[in-house]
Design a protein around this ligand. Structure first.
Ligand code: BGC
Length: 852
């Protein structure tokens, strides 16, 4: 593919604000302009006093606001993961969460939140599945729109990411997604287009991956057609396109392709090289001016440009998280819980005297997914703590793990590690300079030295030493993992080493967060305990380019303990004698994270066995799945009450207690399809072949594929029982669609159809219903189309016996197809069926419209 010829059409700045900003930009020399287009450091854009431009600070997103790593006290609020919020199908709630993030951002001095995502859950094994909203473009767009509005309503910019078709992690900077034009428009671009039309995000992030749309094949950050023709041209996006971290690798191609900002900095492919390219006429200076204008526009919107309209609250807001914030996080986490099944009508829990709380995730809940989305939090409420706080004091609550679901041993516990110099408990680190001279020392009570960087600047090597006390007889397992050059030894015997001195590619190589481990077993005989072993490590500091210098070492120790079978047996005994068993199974940090894709859909460890055994022991069992992405639940139909509990964030325990005690309705609906069998999954893996991830399933993502194949999933898209029953009384179309051809960008509200759906709460409690409307295109249409697609939805509430009306808007786009020949949208004529109901497979009312 040859580079398209440079053109400067999108530098025509129609708006007055553009002209004003352009005047300011032109007052700078070329070097000064170019300097503003690469990060000043890992998280911020440089200031330019001559323009009144202050530094613009960015931070991840989307489970909270991580901050830039400078605060000593991690007070960050941790929300439920986006897929959980999506399960509420509630744009207003998403807007509240966006506003909460905005307050967090202001508190932490952040102006741009690197969120929300608008990628889709194409394959259930995708590592970042928990971070994406849904397998459906419409639901994705609505939820992302809510977050953008909440953020920007408080003058914090959203950065919509990752543009586009970055739906998996394996080899993520090297693959190109190959997608036909129609699928690209109707499925993968659709949520971006809709969010841009309806919420106008102030910045966007290009994807790590590349795109081959049949016309142009290029990395996303260089894709001229994508960035300049579609995004900036057709859709009129007026903010900066920011590179995903360390993904910009070329000078001229990225500059011409439409990238505006290279992150992180201060190094990178622009700087002097871009100045030179402009001087040599390979990049028009007007294009550089346009990029700077976009940066200034962003700065003005967040209050970092003097003379801007937005208030500059910046660091002035220092308040700590309030109880209102905790209440919102708790509400989201509780409301998002999906009742997959409640045969035994156990919700809310009847008067109980004793509860057996069981499962690896009951003991260690998985609250948030890993990777750039990770937010350190000071306050987290586990399941046991939440239940204990909610239950009357005379209710007995016993807790049983029922087997470990983690493959790796836990980190060395400082309580069993003695400083060899006798200074107390912990692991001693000595920091050595290039000559081997000790320039610092620290003692820390843990074997977790992942991403450790708190050493003197001249540190070249770090030695870790401790005397680990093996207190009990039996089999002990020690395991070590490390990024970069290292030597680990136990009692002088080498266990793990790497001799090559190398840096770490933070983007491609997950060795810093998930290093390969090597281990040794030590059997302590009766009478030998306690036994001391010397653990030593010699590590070379790794250079992770723009991400700094650190060591990343994991020192792990599993002590002798009961086998999984013993733990399951113990849990079963507890379940037998309790009124109710609550079993919490799920994934964990070894399973769901940015940086890699899963290899299968099974629950890790012995959790299937555990559930089966507990359910057999006590028919009053509630099973809660604590996971962001689908896992197979082969026992689902034997479980009396089954809830999907997501990655619920810091208020996990309170939220689950609210659901179990009847304080909050678990009103979630699945934003994706839960497969019953791995072999039914439409896009079962995400491995590139020869550098290409082929989106062969075309338009048939998620439920569209299941409907087409006529397969029955475990639970369909949109499913969730809540705690009431509903009858669907009527479906009325109030506005006929515009006939004929339409083109150009979506115009948001105003076009399309308005419907009303009348529903009655036929249950005995006040409840919340997600009224879903699906569209079935004419069967005789000349083009292949999905059987049905989600066209609109609305959330309503009603008391027992109460009737209420849901107003549902359907955008014109929902009826349309992209015509690749004509390069435009059109609405094929014919009879369309509109169906409304409780899920994509529970449709209660039908009506038809005719497009002439
Ligand atoms: C992720 C982005 C994130 C960025 C900054 C990248 O690895 O793909 O989502 O915003 O890092 O942390």
């Amino acid at each position: 593919m040859t580079s398209p010829a440079p053109h400067v059409q999108d530098t025509e700045l129609a708006a007055e604000d553009g002209a004003d900003l352009l005047r300011r930009v032109r007052a700078l020399d070329l070097e000064a302009k170019v300097r503003l287009l690469t990060g000043g450091d890992l998280w911020s854009l440089p200031a330019e006093p001559a323009l009144g431009l202050r530094s613009v600070v960015m931070s991840d997103g989307p489970q909270g606001v991580r901050g830039t790593g400078e605060e000593a006290d991690p007070t960050g609020l941790l929300a439920a993961a986006p897929s959980a919020l999506a399960a509420t199908w509630d744009r207003d709630l998403a807007e509240h969460v966006g506003a909460l993030f905005a307050a967090e951002a202001r508190r932490k001095g952040v102006h741009v939140l690197l969120a929300p995502l608008a990628n889709l859950q194409r394959t259930p094994v995708a590592g970042r599945h928990f971070e994406y909203w849904s397998e459906d473009p419409q639901l994705t767009a609505v939820m992302a729109t809510g977050v953008v509005r909440g953020l920007q309503g408080a003058n914090v910019a959203a950065c919509l990411k990752h543009f586009v078709a970055n739906e998996s992690e394996t080899d993520r900077t090297r693959y190109r997604s190959k997608i036909d034009e129609r699928t690209l428009r109707e499925v993968y671009l659709a949520p971006f287009e809709q969010v841009i039309a309806e919420a106008r995000p102030w910045s966007i992030m290009s994807a790590y991956s590349g795109l081959d749309d049949g016309v142009e094949s290029a990395p996303a950050a260089e894709h001229h057609r994508l960035l300049r023709s579609i995004l900036k041209g057709e859709w009129g996006f007026d903010g900066p396109v920011i590179s995903d971290w360390a993904s910009a690798r070329t000078t001229v191609e990225t500059a011409l392709g439409g990238l505006d900002v290279v992150m992180p900095g201060p190094d990178g492919p622009w700087g002097d090289l871009l100045v030179q390219a402009v001087r040599e006429g390979r990049v028009p200076e007007a294009l550089v001016d346009d990029k700077v204008v976009r940066v200034l526009r962003l700065a003005r919107r967040v209050g970092q440009l003097a003379g801007g309209a937005a208030p500059d609250e910046g660091a002035a807001v220092t308040a700590r998280p309030s109880s209102n914030s905790y209440a919102l996080l708790r509400q989201v986490a509780a409301q998002s819980v999906v009742v997959l099944r409640d045969e035994a009508k156990l919700l809310p829990l009847p008067n109980v005297r004793s509860i057996a709380l069981i499962g690896p995730n009951a003991v260690r809940p998985y609250l948030q997914g890993g990777g750039s989305a990770y937010v350190p939090t000071a306050r987290t409420v586990g399941y046991e703590e939440g239940l204990r706080a909610a239950l009357p004091a005379d209710v007995t609550l016993s807790v049983h793990r029922g087997g470990d679901a983690r493959m790796l041993p836990p980190f060395i516990d400082g309580a069993y590690a003695e400083d060899p110099h006798g200074d107390g408990l912990g692991i001693r680190a000595d920091f050595l300079d290039k000559d081997g001279t000790r320039i610092g020392t620290v003692l820390r009570p843990t074997g977790d030295w992942g991403g450790f960087e708190a050493f003197p600047a001249d540190t070249h090597r770090v030695t870790l030493r401790t005397r680990l006390v093996l207190t009990e007889p039996g089999l002990h397992r020690l395991e070590f993992g490390c990024a970069g050059r290292h030597r680990f030894a136990v009692d002088g015997i080498l266990v793990s080493y790497e001799d090559a001195e190398r840096g770490v590619d933070m983007v491609l190589d997950s060795s810093h967060s998930r290093p390969r481990t090597h281990g040794v077993d030590i059997t302590v005989e009766e009478g030998q305990a306690p036994l001391q072993v010397r653990v030593t490590a010699d590590l070379t500091v790794v250079d992770a380019a723009g991400y700094g210098r650190f060591i990343s070492a994991h020192l792990r120790h599993r002590r002798p303990g009961p086998s999984a079978a013993d733990e399951i047996a113990e849990a079963v005994r507890a379940a037998e004698s309790a009124d109710v068993a609550v079993v919490i199974v799920g994934t964990n940090e070894e399973v769901e994270s940015e940086g890699w894709d899963r290899t299968g859909l099974q629950l890790p460890g012995h959790q299937d066995e555990l559930v089966r055994a507990v359910v057999a022991a006590n028919p009053r069992t509630v099973v809660v799945v604590n996971a962001g992405a689908p896992v197979l639940l082969p026992w689902a139909e034997q479980v009396p009450t089954l809830l999907w509990g997501w990655l619920p964030g810091q208020e996990a325990g309170h939220a689950l207690a609210d659901v179990l005690t009847g304080r909050t309705e678990p009103a979630g609906r699945l934003p994706w399809t839960l497969p019953a069998r791995a072999e039914d999954v439409p896009a079962p893996h995400a491995r590139p072949t020869n550098g290409v991830v082929a989106y062969q399933e075309g338009l048939y993502i998620g439920y569209r594929a299941w409907d087409r194949a006529g397969l029955r999933p475990a639970y369909p898209f949109g499913h969730g029982l809540g705690w009431s029953t509903w009858s669907y009384e009527s479906l009325v179309v109030h506005q006929a669609p515009v006939s004929g051809e339409l083109s150009g960008p979506a115009t948001g509200a105003g076009d399309g159809l308005n419907l009303t759906v009348e529903v009655v709460n036929t249950g005995s409690r006040p409840a919340r219903e997600v009224v879903q409307v699906y569209l079935e295109p004419p069967a005789d249409g000349e083009l292949d189309r999905p059987v049905r697609t989600l066209a609109g939805f609305a959330v309503v509430k009603a008391g027992p016996g109460e009737r209420t009306t849901a107003d549902v808007h359907i955008r014109q786009r929902a009826l349309q197809i992209w015509d690749p020949q004509a390069s435009q949208w059109r609405t094929p004529p014919g009879r369309y069926r509109l169906l409304t109901g409780r899920s994509s497979r529970d449709l209660r009312r039908i009506t038809e419209i005719t497009v002439t």
